[in-house]
Write a protein that binds this ligand. Structure first.
Ligand code: AMP
Length: 284
Protein backbone atom coordinates (compact mmCIF):
# COMPACT_ATOMS: atom_id res chain seq x y z
CA UNK A 1 0.00 0.00 0.00
CA UNK A 2 1.23 3.49 -0.82
CA UNK A 3 0.31 6.99 0.32
CA UNK A 4 -0.20 9.58 -2.41
CA UNK A 5 -0.55 13.33 -1.79
CA UNK A 6 -0.74 14.70 -5.34
CA UNK A 7 -3.80 14.51 -7.62
CA UNK A 8 -1.68 14.00 -10.77
CA UNK A 9 0.19 11.09 -9.26
CA UNK A 10 -3.04 9.43 -8.15
CA UNK A 11 -4.56 9.90 -11.62
CA UNK A 12 -1.52 8.24 -13.20
CA UNK A 13 -1.91 5.16 -11.00
CA UNK A 14 -5.67 4.96 -11.59
CA UNK A 15 -5.13 5.20 -15.38
CA UNK A 16 -2.72 2.26 -15.25
CA UNK A 17 -5.31 0.19 -13.40
CA UNK A 18 -8.09 1.19 -15.84
CA UNK A 19 -5.92 0.23 -18.85
CA UNK A 20 -5.65 -3.25 -17.34
CA UNK A 21 -9.44 -3.37 -16.95
CA UNK A 22 -9.29 -3.37 -13.15
CA UNK A 23 -12.25 -2.09 -11.07
CA UNK A 24 -11.74 0.55 -8.39
CA UNK A 25 -13.55 1.09 -5.07
CA UNK A 26 -13.32 4.43 -3.24
CA UNK A 27 -13.78 4.95 0.52
CA UNK A 28 -13.90 8.70 1.35
CA UNK A 29 -12.96 9.48 4.99
CA UNK A 30 -11.63 12.23 7.22
CA UNK A 31 -9.12 9.85 8.80
CA UNK A 32 -8.49 8.84 12.45
CA UNK A 33 -9.80 5.54 11.19
CA UNK A 34 -11.63 2.95 13.30
CA UNK A 35 -13.51 -0.32 12.73
CA UNK A 36 -16.41 1.54 11.09
CA UNK A 37 -14.11 2.80 8.33
CA UNK A 38 -12.41 -0.60 8.24
CA UNK A 39 -15.72 -2.32 7.46
CA UNK A 40 -16.15 -0.02 4.42
CA UNK A 41 -12.60 -0.73 3.21
CA UNK A 42 -13.06 -4.51 3.58
CA UNK A 43 -16.37 -4.38 1.70
CA UNK A 44 -14.69 -2.34 -1.06
CA UNK A 45 -11.86 -4.87 -1.19
CA UNK A 46 -14.33 -7.72 -1.62
CA UNK A 47 -16.18 -6.01 -4.48
CA UNK A 48 -13.33 -4.34 -6.45
CA UNK A 49 -9.88 -5.19 -7.80
CA UNK A 50 -8.29 -2.08 -6.24
CA UNK A 51 -9.24 0.14 -3.28
CA UNK A 52 -8.45 3.84 -2.71
CA UNK A 53 -9.09 5.34 0.75
CA UNK A 54 -9.10 9.13 0.86
CA UNK A 55 -8.03 10.70 4.16
CA UNK A 56 -8.85 14.40 4.05
CA UNK A 57 -10.23 16.65 6.80
CA UNK A 58 -12.33 18.69 4.41
CA UNK A 59 -12.41 22.36 5.46
CA UNK A 60 -15.45 23.25 3.33
CA UNK A 61 -17.79 20.99 5.31
CA UNK A 62 -17.04 22.62 8.69
CA UNK A 63 -18.95 25.69 9.91
CA UNK A 64 -17.11 28.65 11.49
CA UNK A 65 -17.54 27.46 15.11
CA UNK A 66 -16.98 23.77 14.47
CA UNK A 67 -14.02 21.48 15.18
CA UNK A 68 -11.94 21.76 11.95
CA UNK A 69 -8.72 22.66 13.81
CA UNK A 70 -9.11 20.15 16.64
CA UNK A 71 -10.40 17.25 14.47
CA UNK A 72 -8.19 14.24 15.42
CA UNK A 73 -5.50 13.22 12.93
CA UNK A 74 -3.09 10.25 12.91
CA UNK A 75 -1.91 9.32 9.40
CA UNK A 76 0.54 6.65 10.62
CA UNK A 77 -2.27 4.80 12.39
CA UNK A 78 -4.51 5.26 9.31
CA UNK A 79 -1.81 3.83 7.02
CA UNK A 80 -1.47 0.72 9.20
CA UNK A 81 -5.25 0.18 9.35
CA UNK A 82 -5.66 0.64 5.58
CA UNK A 83 -2.78 -1.68 4.82
CA UNK A 84 -4.19 -4.42 7.08
CA UNK A 85 -7.67 -4.00 5.60
CA UNK A 86 -6.32 -4.49 2.07
CA UNK A 87 -6.40 -0.96 0.62
CA UNK A 88 -3.96 -0.19 -2.22
CA UNK A 89 -3.69 3.58 -1.90
CA UNK A 90 -4.31 6.22 0.75
CA UNK A 91 -4.97 9.54 -0.94
CA UNK A 92 -3.96 12.20 1.62
CA UNK A 93 -3.94 15.61 -0.10
CA UNK A 94 -3.37 18.99 1.56
CA UNK A 95 -6.25 21.52 1.46
CA UNK A 96 -4.30 23.56 -1.14
CA UNK A 97 -3.92 20.45 -3.34
CA UNK A 98 -7.69 19.87 -3.22
CA UNK A 99 -8.94 23.45 -3.54
CA UNK A 100 -7.92 26.22 -5.94
CA UNK A 101 -7.67 29.51 -4.02
CA UNK A 102 -10.19 31.13 -6.38
CA UNK A 103 -12.54 28.14 -6.74
CA UNK A 104 -16.12 29.34 -7.19
CA UNK A 105 -18.21 26.24 -7.94
CA UNK A 106 -20.79 25.00 -5.45
CA UNK A 107 -22.95 21.90 -5.37
CA UNK A 108 -26.20 21.99 -3.47
CA UNK A 109 -28.60 19.08 -3.23
CA UNK A 110 -31.84 20.87 -2.33
CA UNK A 111 -34.62 19.31 -0.28
CA UNK A 112 -32.79 16.40 1.31
CA UNK A 113 -30.31 18.78 3.00
CA UNK A 114 -32.96 21.05 4.59
CA UNK A 115 -33.72 19.05 7.75
CA UNK A 116 -31.81 16.95 10.32
CA UNK A 117 -28.08 17.83 10.34
CA UNK A 118 -28.56 20.21 7.37
CA UNK A 119 -30.79 22.47 9.48
CA UNK A 120 -28.15 22.66 12.22
CA UNK A 121 -25.06 22.77 9.99
CA UNK A 122 -25.97 25.01 7.03
CA UNK A 123 -22.67 24.74 5.10
CA UNK A 124 -22.03 21.08 5.85
CA UNK A 125 -23.63 19.21 2.95
CA UNK A 126 -22.47 21.73 0.34
CA UNK A 127 -18.91 21.00 1.47
CA UNK A 128 -19.50 17.23 1.53
CA UNK A 129 -20.99 17.22 -1.98
CA UNK A 130 -18.17 19.41 -3.32
CA UNK A 131 -15.37 17.24 -1.94
CA UNK A 132 -17.08 13.96 -2.81
CA UNK A 133 -17.72 15.03 -6.42
CA UNK A 134 -14.10 16.19 -6.73
CA UNK A 135 -12.95 12.80 -5.38
CA UNK A 136 -15.30 11.06 -7.83
CA UNK A 137 -13.76 13.03 -10.73
CA UNK A 138 -10.19 12.37 -9.56
CA UNK A 139 -10.55 8.65 -8.71
CA UNK A 140 -13.34 7.73 -11.18
CA UNK A 141 -14.26 4.71 -9.03
CA UNK A 142 -16.68 2.00 -10.10
CA UNK A 143 -18.13 1.96 -6.58
CA UNK A 144 -17.97 4.31 -3.57
CA UNK A 145 -18.64 3.24 0.02
CA UNK A 146 -20.43 5.28 2.70
CA UNK A 147 -21.64 4.40 6.21
CA UNK A 148 -25.29 4.35 7.29
CA UNK A 149 -23.99 6.07 10.46
CA UNK A 150 -24.28 9.28 8.40
CA UNK A 151 -27.69 8.39 6.99
CA UNK A 152 -28.51 11.84 5.64
CA UNK A 153 -25.09 12.06 3.95
CA UNK A 154 -25.71 8.69 2.27
CA UNK A 155 -29.12 9.82 0.97
CA UNK A 156 -27.69 13.14 -0.27
CA UNK A 157 -24.76 11.48 -2.09
CA UNK A 158 -27.09 8.94 -3.75
CA UNK A 159 -29.29 11.81 -4.99
CA UNK A 160 -26.27 13.82 -6.22
CA UNK A 161 -24.91 10.80 -8.10
CA UNK A 162 -28.26 10.29 -9.80
CA UNK A 163 -28.89 13.97 -10.55
CA UNK A 164 -25.38 14.55 -11.99
CA UNK A 165 -25.15 11.20 -13.82
CA UNK A 166 -21.98 10.03 -12.09
CA UNK A 167 -21.36 6.50 -13.39
CA UNK A 168 -20.67 5.23 -9.87
CA UNK A 169 -22.50 2.75 -7.65
CA UNK A 170 -23.00 4.15 -4.14
CA UNK A 171 -22.87 1.37 -1.53
CA UNK A 172 -24.28 1.94 1.97
CA UNK A 173 -22.71 -0.05 4.82
CA UNK A 174 -24.20 -0.85 8.27
CA UNK A 175 -23.24 1.07 11.45
CA UNK A 176 -20.37 -0.53 13.38
CA UNK A 177 -20.71 -0.17 17.17
CA UNK A 178 -18.60 -0.64 20.28
CA UNK A 179 -19.53 -3.73 22.32
CA UNK A 180 -21.62 -1.54 24.64
CA UNK A 181 -23.62 -0.10 21.70
CA UNK A 182 -21.98 3.30 21.15
CA UNK A 183 -21.65 3.95 17.41
CA UNK A 184 -17.97 4.16 16.50
CA UNK A 185 -16.86 7.67 15.58
CA UNK A 186 -13.58 9.54 15.31
CA UNK A 187 -15.20 12.18 17.55
CA UNK A 188 -15.59 9.63 20.39
CA UNK A 189 -11.92 10.41 21.12
CA UNK A 190 -13.04 13.84 22.45
CA UNK A 191 -15.03 12.20 25.28
CA UNK A 192 -13.74 12.05 28.86
CA UNK A 193 -14.28 8.76 30.69
CA UNK A 194 -17.40 10.15 32.34
CA UNK A 195 -18.74 11.48 29.03
CA UNK A 196 -17.98 8.15 27.31
CA UNK A 197 -20.37 6.40 29.78
CA UNK A 198 -22.96 9.15 29.34
CA UNK A 199 -22.79 8.74 25.53
CA UNK A 200 -24.36 5.28 25.83
CA UNK A 201 -27.69 7.04 26.27
CA UNK A 202 -27.87 7.67 22.49
CA UNK A 203 -28.10 4.02 21.54
CA UNK A 204 -30.15 3.21 24.64
CA UNK A 205 -32.79 5.78 23.66
CA UNK A 206 -32.92 4.38 20.12
CA UNK A 207 -33.26 0.83 21.44
CA UNK A 208 -36.31 1.88 23.51
CA UNK A 209 -37.80 3.50 20.39
CA UNK A 210 -37.21 0.36 18.33
CA UNK A 211 -38.92 -1.78 20.99
CA UNK A 212 -41.96 0.51 20.93
CA UNK A 213 -42.11 0.36 17.12
CA UNK A 214 -41.84 -3.42 17.18
CA UNK A 215 -44.71 -3.49 19.70
CA UNK A 216 -46.83 -1.69 17.08
CA UNK A 217 -46.72 1.96 18.24
CA UNK A 218 -47.11 4.12 15.13
CA UNK A 219 -47.39 7.67 16.45
CA UNK A 220 -44.14 9.55 15.74
CA UNK A 221 -44.79 12.02 18.59
CA UNK A 222 -45.03 9.14 21.08
CA UNK A 223 -41.81 7.56 19.76
CA UNK A 224 -40.00 10.90 19.88
CA UNK A 225 -41.22 11.30 23.45
CA UNK A 226 -39.70 7.96 24.46
CA UNK A 227 -36.34 9.00 23.00
CA UNK A 228 -36.41 12.51 24.47
CA UNK A 229 -37.33 11.23 27.95
CA UNK A 230 -34.41 8.79 27.96
CA UNK A 231 -31.94 11.40 26.66
CA UNK A 232 -33.16 13.93 29.24
CA UNK A 233 -32.47 11.39 32.00
CA UNK A 234 -28.73 11.82 31.31
CA UNK A 235 -27.52 15.12 32.78
CA UNK A 236 -24.51 15.40 30.42
CA UNK A 237 -26.70 15.01 27.30
CA UNK A 238 -28.18 18.01 25.48
CA UNK A 239 -30.50 17.22 22.57
CA UNK A 240 -29.71 18.87 19.23
CA UNK A 241 -32.52 17.08 17.43
CA UNK A 242 -34.72 13.98 17.57
CA UNK A 243 -36.46 13.33 14.24
CA UNK A 244 -38.60 10.68 12.61
CA UNK A 245 -38.60 11.06 8.83
CA UNK A 246 -39.46 9.13 5.69
CA UNK A 247 -36.28 7.24 4.81
CA UNK A 248 -36.39 8.33 1.14
CA UNK A 249 -37.59 11.96 1.30
CA UNK A 250 -36.16 12.70 4.80
CA UNK A 251 -39.38 14.66 5.49
CA UNK A 252 -41.12 14.25 8.90
CA UNK A 253 -43.93 11.67 8.90
CA UNK A 254 -47.38 12.04 10.54
CA UNK A 255 -47.90 8.33 10.98
CA UNK A 256 -45.49 5.43 10.82
CA UNK A 257 -46.68 3.17 8.01
CA UNK A 258 -43.69 3.23 5.66
CA UNK A 259 -39.92 2.93 5.87
CA UNK A 260 -38.69 5.52 8.37
CA UNK A 261 -35.39 6.88 9.61
CA UNK A 262 -35.17 7.63 13.33
CA UNK A 263 -32.24 10.03 13.70
CA UNK A 264 -30.78 11.89 16.67
CA UNK A 265 -27.99 14.39 17.31
CA UNK A 266 -26.95 14.94 20.91
CA UNK A 267 -24.24 16.97 22.61
CA UNK A 268 -22.35 15.07 25.30
CA UNK A 269 -20.51 17.94 26.93
CA UNK A 270 -19.07 19.82 23.93
CA UNK A 271 -19.02 16.80 21.61
CA UNK A 272 -21.84 16.44 19.09
CA UNK A 273 -22.69 12.80 18.36
CA UNK A 274 -25.21 11.35 15.91
CA UNK A 275 -26.94 7.98 15.70
CA UNK A 276 -29.91 6.48 13.87
CA UNK A 277 -31.77 3.40 12.72
CA UNK A 278 -34.18 2.66 9.89
CA UNK A 279 -37.41 0.79 10.44
CA UNK A 280 -40.06 -0.60 8.12
CA UNK A 281 -43.43 -1.23 9.76
CA UNK A 282 -44.17 -4.93 9.32
CA UNK A 283 -40.76 -5.48 7.70
CA UNK A 284 -38.37 -5.70 10.70
P1 AMP B 1 -15.75 10.16 8.50
O1 AMP B 1 -14.30 9.86 8.51
O2 AMP B 1 -16.35 10.30 9.87
O3 AMP B 1 -16.12 11.29 7.57
O4 AMP B 1 -16.45 8.87 7.90
C1 AMP B 1 -16.06 8.34 6.66
C2 AMP B 1 -17.07 7.28 6.27
O5 AMP B 1 -17.09 6.25 7.26
C3 AMP B 1 -18.51 7.82 6.17
O6 AMP B 1 -19.14 7.23 5.04
C4 AMP B 1 -19.13 7.37 7.45
O7 AMP B 1 -20.53 7.19 7.38
C5 AMP B 1 -18.43 6.03 7.67
N1 AMP B 1 -18.49 5.67 9.09
C6 AMP B 1 -18.07 6.42 10.15
N2 AMP B 1 -18.35 5.79 11.31
C7 AMP B 1 -18.95 4.62 10.98
C8 AMP B 1 -19.48 3.53 11.74
N3 AMP B 1 -19.45 3.51 13.07
N4 AMP B 1 -20.00 2.48 11.05
C9 AMP B 1 -20.05 2.49 9.69
N5 AMP B 1 -19.57 3.48 8.93
C10 AMP B 1 -19.02 4.53 9.55
Amino acid sequence: MITINAINELRKQINEWKLKGLTVGLVPTMGFLHEGHESLIKRAKKENDRVVVSVFVNPTQFGPNEDLESYPRDIKHDEALCSNAGANIIFNPSPSEMYYKDASTTINVLGLTEGLCGAKRPVHFGGVCLVVSKLFNIVTPNRAYFGEKDAQQLAVIKKMVRDLNFDIEVVGCPIVREIDGLAKSSRNSYLSEHERSAALVLNQSLTLAKEALLAGKNDPAAIKNIITKKLDSESLAKIDYVEIVDSLTLKPVDIINSSILVAIAVYIGKTRLIDNFTFTQGGN
